[in-house]
Design a protein. Sequence first.
Length: 227
Amino acid sequence: MKIIEGTIASVPPQGGRKHPNQELIQINTENILIICGGAFEGLEDIIKDRTGEKAIGFGSQIKSKKELNQYEVFQELLPQDLLKFGLIPEFIGRLPIIATLKELDKEALIKILIEPKNALVKQYQKLFQIDGVELVFEQEALEAIVDKAIERKTGARGLRSIIEEIMRDIMYEIPSNPNIEKCTITKDTVLNDIGPKTVINEEKMVRKPIVKKKRQVPANQDEKETA
């Protein structure tokens, strides 16, 4: 609690367990912005119970889970809901600003796949480039991958597992044929488990491993060294 309020905290630079005798660094947390975030699974049910959004009776309108907008529900969040969720009052009082985030839409997830410096698509393209193969993801294939992530409700973290499922066999099969110069992931590859489109070049140069020859020492030199 003191760290959130603002105090001079002693921080071990190398971890406190393995280096108990190290010198501690004094840090003033007064001007440090502290953000606490999380999924808070089940908090929306507490908000609905308080706001009275229940479907009871013959004339009530029953909405499915897909029709419920979780972002709109969290906009009604009050500190008393967090207290009922299990957070202690001292902690809630020291975090006065409550903000809710919208879920990532389809366009944002596609940008996560291709735009960052260490994007997943760029990582696989680099791996294929080592074997001299150009890897291409069609736009429809990217949209199908994102649709799977939205359907599973795993968000951006689920994109890697989906691509791993698609690329697992391809990564072992493509390098086995040295004449393949281009591999294209299509929508059918993502949805129907159909192999990717490949471009084969029979004249492609196959890289041979470089074998270093051992240096041979003349027999006369061995005799001089022994003498």
